[in-house]
Design a protein around this ligand. Structure first.
Ligand code: ADP
Ligand code: MG
Length: 648
C-alpha cells in the first residue's frame, strides 16, 4: 500500500514535462517580447525615482531642441518640455490605462459569457442580444459616443475602451461555456449537490481560463493602441498630462518641420504593441493543451526517424507481409526519454492473424502507430529498427509512398468508431471518400462499391444506412462501417487496435466473427491488438505478449494459452474467466507496469514476478526460451503445465 503511494509520488515528481515557463523561454520571439516589455514596464514604474526633468515644465526658450542637445537626450517639444521625461511618464499612463481597460473588459466580458453560457435559455438570450447590440455599432464610433456622453478625460477613455471590448470576451467565453455546460463532468458536479455558482467557479472557469488569458494577452496591445487613438483625438489625456496618444497628437502639428516629436511616442507604441503581441503568441502556444506535451512545434505528418537509426542486418523476408525487427519508438519529453517500444520483433504471414496482447500502457498502440509513422512527432521518435512490409522498409520509403500505403495496402480499425468517424458526414459519404482517396473511380461507381462493402460487413438494410450519420448507428454498426472503410482498398494488412473493446459482449462476438470471416475470405493479414486473452483466443493464429514495450512471449495461440513459459503470460491467462467454472478463483496481477521512462535493469516484470531471483535484475534478458513453437524472454520459465505460486 505505502509502496504504491510512494511510487505514485515519485512518478509525479519526475514526470519530465517541461514547465510552462521553460516552454515559453524556448520560444525566442516570445522571450524577446517579454524582455522588451519588462524593460518598458520597469522604466515606467521607476519614473518617480529616475532623475528626470518635470514632464510638464515648459521652457519656450529651448522649444523643439533636437535630440542629444543641451542635456535633452530626446530633445524637447513645441513648448520646450523634455521629451524623454514626457515619454517615460506618458508610457506609464498609457500602460496603466491599457492594462486596466483590458482587465475590466476581460472580467466583465468573461462573467457575462460564463453566466449566459451556463444558464442558457432566456438569460442567455437577453445577455447575448445586448452584446449583439453593442457589436452592431462600429467599434471606434461606440467608444467616441461613450466618451461624448461621459465627457473627455483619461478615466472616461478607459471606461469607453473597456466597454467596447466586453463583447469579444463575452462571445468567446459564452461559446466555450455552452459546450462545457452540457458535458458529463458538469452533470456529475450537479449530482454531487454543488450550487450553480460553485460549478461555474470550480468546474467551468478552470476550463475557460486559458482562453481568457490568451484573449487577454492578444488584446492588451490593441487596447493600448485604442487608448492612444482617443488621446490623439483629444478625448483621452487632457493637457498638460502626457500619454503616448496625446504626445502623438501634439507632434502632428510640427510633423513636417520636426518629425522626431511624433516619431518618439510612435516608436514607443510600436515596441509596446509588438512585444505584447509576440509574448501573447508565445503564451497562447504554451497554454494550448495540444502543444503541451513537448516542444513548441506542431506534430509533423510522419513520425520522426532518428538519424543514426541502425536498420539491422536481417534481410527482408518476402514470405511475410509484415516483418518488424528491433523496432524502438521513444517519446522525448523535456530531458526524459520514455521508451514506449523498446525493441519489438513481429512477423505476420499472408492471411495470418497475430494477436498483440498486453496490459494497458504496454506499448501496443505505439507499436501499431509506428508502422505507418502515425506516432505524433514531437515528442515521438523512431530510434531504431526496421519495418519490413512486403519486402520494403517502411522507414526508408518516401512520404508520398507512405501516404499511399496508409488506408491502401495497410488499413487501421480503431477502438472507438465514434471518435474516428467524422460526425458531419454520413457513413456512405465516408466510405466513398475512402475509396476515392486511393482509386480512380467516379462517384456513382464509388457509391456502388461502398454499398457492396456495407453488405459485405453484414450491415442490414445497407441502402438506407448509407445515408445515416454516425450518431444514428449503434456501436456495433459503427464498427462495421470502420471495418468496411478498412477493407475499401483491398489491404494486404489490417491493423485492428482494440476494435471490440468499446462494444458489449454479444456485439463483440459478432464483430470478431465478421473480422475472422473476412480475413479468411480475402487472405488478409491482421495485426489484432487487445488486452484480453479471451478475445485473442477467438481470432488469432499466433499471439505475441507485450510487457513494458517488449515482446516477452510469442507462439501459436492454443499452445501459449495451454502452456505459457513466461510467468506474465501465465498470469494473463489466469485472468480469463471460464464459462461454467464459477468457482475458479481469478487472480489479479498485483502491482503496476513500470514507468517507461524509468525501466528497471534486467527483466521489466521482475518487481511483480513471484519467480524473480537476483539474476533477473542484472542484465537484458534475451528471447531465449524455445519450447516447440513458443519463444519467451525469461530465465526462470515455467515448465509445461506448471502452475504459478502467487503466494497471495
Ligand atoms: P497501449 O498498450 O495501452 O496501447 P500505448 O502504446 O498507448 O499503450 O502507450 C505506451 C506508452 O507510451 C505509455 O506509457 C504512454 O504513456 C506512452 N505514450 C503514448 N502516447 C504518447 C504521447 N503522445 N506522448 C507521450 N507518451 C506517450
Ligand atoms: Mg492502446
Amino acid at each position: 500500500m505505502s509502496a504504491v503511494a510512494a511510487e505514485g509520488r515519485e512518478a509525479k515528481a519526475g514526470s519530465g514535462r517541461p514547465s510552462s515557463i521553460t516552454l515559453l523561454f524556448n520560444n525566442r520571439l516570445a522571450t524577446f517580447g517579454l524582455s522588451v516589455l519588462v524593460l518598458v514596464v520597469l522604466t515606467a514604474l521607476l519614473a518617480p525615482i529616475l532623475p528626470l526633468a518635470d514632464p510638464n515644465a515648459t521652457d519656450p526658450a529651448s522649444r523643439l531642441t533636437p535630440p542629444f542637445a543641451d542635456g535633452h537626450i530626446l530633445g524637447t517639444d513645441a513648448l520646450g518640455r523634455d521629451m524623454l521625461s514626457r515619454l517615460i511618464w506618458g508610457t506609464r499612463v498609457s500602460l496603466a490605462v491599457g492594462f486596466s481597460a483590458s482587465l475590466i473588459a476581460a472580467f466583465a466580458g468573461s462573467t457575462i459569457g460564463l453566466v449566459a453560457g451556463y444558464a442558457g435559455g432566456r438569460t442567455d438570450q437577453a445577455l447575448m442580444r445586448f452584446i449583439d447590440l453593442m457589436m452592431a455599432f462600429p467599434y471606434i464610433l461606440l467608444a467616441l459616443a461613450i466618451v461624448a456622453i461621459l465627457g473627455p478625460g483619461l478615466i472616461n477613455a478607459l471606461y469607453a475602451i473597456a466597454i467596447v471590448n466586453v463583447p469579444f470576451f463575452a462571445r468567446n467565453i459564452r461559446g466555450l461555456t455552452v459546450g462545457l455546460a452540457r458535458r458529463e463532468f458538469i452533470d456529475a458536479a450537479r449530482l454531487s449537490g454543488k450550487s450553480s455558482l460553485a460549478i461555474i467557479g470550480t468546474e467551468v472557469l478552470p476550463n475557460v481560463l486559458p482562453t481568457i488569458v490568451i484573449t487577454l494577452s492578444t488584446t492588451i496591445g490593441w487596447m493600448i493602441l485604442e487608448t492612444a487613438g482617443l488621446s490623439f483625438l483629444g478625448l483621452g489625456a487632457q493637457p498638460p498630462q502626457a500619454d503616448l496618444g496625446s504626445m502623438l497628437g501634439e507632434g502632428r502639428k510640427v510633423l513636417f518641420t520636426t518629425p522626431f516629436v511624433s516619431l518618439v511616442p510612435g516608436l514607443m507604441i510600436f515596441f509596446i504593441v509588438l512585444s505584447i503581441n509576440l509574448l501573447g503568441d508565445g503564451i497562447r502556444d504554451v497554454l494550448d493543451p495540444r502543444l503541451r506535451s513537448g516542444a513548441l512545434a506542431r506534430p509533423s505528418a510522419r513520425t520522426d526517424i532518428a538519424e543514426d537509426r541502425v536498420a539491422g542486418q536481417s534481410s527482408a523476408r518476402d514470405d511475410q507481409v509484415l516483418d518488424v525487427k528491433d523496432l524502438r519508438t521513444e517519446f522525448r519529453i523535456g530531458r526524459s526519454i520514455h521508451k514506449a517500444v523498446g525493441g519489438v520483433d513481429l512477423a505476420i504471414a499472408p492471411g495470418e492473424c497475430l494477436g498483440l496482447l498486453g496490459e494497458s500502457g504496454s506499448g501496443k498502440s505505439v507499436t501499431a502507430m509506428s508502422l505507418t509513422g502515425l506516432v505524433p512527432s514531437p515528442p515521438g521518435l523512431i530510434a531504431g529498427g526496421r519495418i519490413g512490409f512486403l519486402g520494403e522498409d517502411l522507414l526508408d520509403v518516401s512520404d508520398k509512398r507512405l501516404r499511399n500505403l496508409r488506408g491502401g495496402d495497410i488499413a487501421y480499425v480503431f477502438q472507438d468508431p465514434l471518435a474516428t468517424l467524422h460526425p458531419l458526414f454520413t457513413a456512405g459519404e465516408q466510405l466513398i471518400e475512402a475509396i476515392r482517396a486511393h482509386q480512380d473511380v467516379d462517384r456513382a461507381e464509388a457509391r456502388e462499391r461502398a454499398l457492396t462493402l456495407m453488405r459485405q460487413v453484414r450491415i442490414p438494410n445497407a441502402e438506407a444506412r448509407m445515408d445515416a450519420y454516425p450518431h444514428k448507428l449503434s456501436g456495433g454498426l459503427r464498427q462495421r462501417v470502420s471495418i468496411a472503410m478498412a477493407l475499401a482498398n483491398d489491404p494486404k494488412l489490417i491493423i485492428a487496435d482494440e476494435p471490440t473493446t468499446a462494444l458489449d459482449v454479444t456485439v463483440q462476438a459478432q464483430v470478431l466473427k465478421l473480422l475472422d470471416d473476412l480475413r479468411k475470405e480475402r487472405g488478409t493479414a491482421v495485426l489484432f491488438i487487445t488486452h484480453d486473452f479471451g478475445v485473442v483466443s477467438e481470432i488469432a493464429d499466433r499471439v505475441a505478449v507485450m510487457y513494458a514495450g517488449r515482446i516477452v512471449e510469442t507462439g501459436p495461440t492454443g499452445e501459449v494459452m495451454a502452456n505459457p513459459a513466461h510467468p506474465y503470460t501465465r498470469m494473463l491467462v489466469d485472468c480469463v474467466p471460464v464459462m461454467g467454472e464459477p468457482d475458479r478463483r481469478l487472480s489479479a496481477i498485483r502491482g503496476r507496469p513500470p514507468a517507461v521512462d524509468k525501466l528497471p535493469k534486467g527483466c521489466a516484470f521482475a518487481p511483480r514476478c513471484p519467480r524473480a531471483e537476483a539474476d533477473c535484475r542484472r542484465g537484458t534478458i534475451p528471447m531465449e526460451v524455445k519450447r516447440g513453437r513458443i519463444e519467451a524472454r525469461c530465465i526462470h520459465p515455467l515448465a509445461p503445465g506448471e502452475a504459478l505460486e502467487t503466494g497471495a
